[in-house]
Design a protein around this ligand. Structure first.
Ligand SMILES: [Zn+2]
Length: 223
């Protein structure tokens, strides 16, 4: 079943999780059948980012030494947490847990990503669950990747961008909201990008997938 990521609005608090929080949240994922079965409790899966009600859980993993463990109705993973007073459920929480527990899977997805929804800053990236929503589209071709420099004290916006050249052949990055983003490409890599702009025109797009590593992936869209 397709995942169901619910982007959180800007008022949602982004959790700061310490080791005790991670331990407590991890405990919620196991032996939870007695709490969850048939209940209207809100649940989320930090493997696929989906949210659902506890009564939607249809499969349980049998445990020898306790109650059964819920499996996500969307992806089948035993990474289901449920809302508690201490840990309000949010996509930002699920994203934070995903990056912590499935970091190597995330790195793998990031290697082949050609599309990601736009975001305005790092917290928005977490709230929107961008890591869950990255896609590798077969009709796209990755033409390279360059390093971005950003001006400090500006929002860390990203996602898909148009790449244009100004009259002075400066590279300009424009996000889906029409904003020119405050980034520059390292001098030695600008020639590659300009060449791709000349060759592919509007078929060339840039992707800033992760506001932590400041790469601009160069993608040529076919079809
Ligand atoms: Zn799932």
């Amino acid at each position: 079943m397709a995942r169901r990521v619910v982007p959180g609005d800007p008022s949602v608090e982004v959790p700061h999780l310490g080791p005790n929080d991670l331990h407590a949240l991890n405990r919620l994922t196991a032996y939870n059948r007695s709490e969850l079965e048939g209940s209207d409790c809100r649940c989320g899966c930090f493997h696929c980012g989906s949210m659902f009600l506890a009564r939607e859980v249809a499969r349980w993993m049998a445990e020898k030494d306790g109650a059964d463990t819920a499996l996500c109705p969307r992806c089948g993973c035993d990474a289901v947490i449920y809302e508690t007073p201490a840990y309000p459920l949010s996509t930002a929480l699920l994203t934070t847990l995903y990056l912590g527990w499935f970091g190597s899977e995330y790195d793998e997805r990031k290697r082949s990503v050609t599309y990601a929804p736009s975001f305005s800053d790092y917290k928005g990236w977490l709230r929107k669950g961008i890591p869950f929503r990255m896609e590798s589209r077969p009709a796209d071709q990755v033409a390279g990747e360059v390093d971005l420099f950003r001006e400090p004290e500006r929002d860390d916006a990203g996602g898909m961008v148009r790449i244009e050249t100004s009259d002075h052949r400066d590279l300009v990055f424009i996000d889906e909201w029409g904003r020119s983003l405050p980034y520059t490409v390292m001098t030695g890599q600008q020639r590659l990008v300009r060449g791709l702009v000349d060759e592919h025109g509007p078929r060339l797009r840039g992707l800033i997938a992760d506001p932590n590593d400041w790469k601009l992936r160069l993608i040529v869209e076919y079809g």
